[in-house]
Design a protein around this ligand. Sequence first.
Ligand code: SF4
Length: 275
Amino acid sequence: MTPFASAIEEGLVGGRLWLYSNYNCNLACTYCLTESAPDAARRMLDRSLISKIAAGAVAEGFTSFGVTGGEPFMRPDIVEILLELESHLPVLVLSNATLFSGRVLDDVRRLAGKRIALQISLDSASPRENDEMRAQDNFEKVVTAIPKLVEMGIHVRIATTGGDRTADEDAALCALHRSFGITDDDHVVRPIVHRGRAASNEMGVVATAHDLPAELTVTADGAFWTPFGPTVRNGRLDTDMLLARTTFPLEVSIAAMLEVAGAKPAGGDSLLNIR
Ligand code: SF4
């Protein structure tokens, strides 16, 4: 067993390896951690690099992949990337589900029956409440896309961000996702994190590295302690949770991760909490 696999088994780190596929997005939500928008810098992870990282992750003992951004489906090659990742390990991909029509929807169909879960953002059963922080007509686009994806046989999860709903609003949201055949186990709710655009808009909870999942996260700019680490504020990448500027081979960022997690004697290149 590799040291990283042992650390996963001991619960020191998570088994999912996150990849930030790109940072641009067709939306520009008020609480976005990465200041994503249509004109945001793409910061794209090169596909050949993703292939190498994926093979290395299996050898290191990772148990699954996560793909996020930005909006991953802004990339024309994302389905190919997801299928390649899935040939190694199960995949969770985060999406706003607003690009699923025409050619993109046809391409997405290829994810059906695979070990790929599509986690879609939906913040409220009320179109007005949902759209307030996301985009006009976002609710309508999402509730139109979800049944199509479920019908195709794609594993759909719902992610709800923010916690200012009443008990009745929560019940309405759960009734809505259940009406799509999405179980409570596939509904995740999390607070807005006070980073990125959320921090600029004075929203969310302040979280330290220890409050956030210890899941190695690789971006075009380096490797981070958690998927909540590589955030952008005022156009600048946050580096307080940066582990290493090296994205490949994974040994470099893994050594830094294990050092920070306390699973390895000090002496790596960890930059955690150093800006
Ligand atoms: S929160 Fe998600 S959907 Fe909204 S702008 Fe950011 S990346 Fe795009």
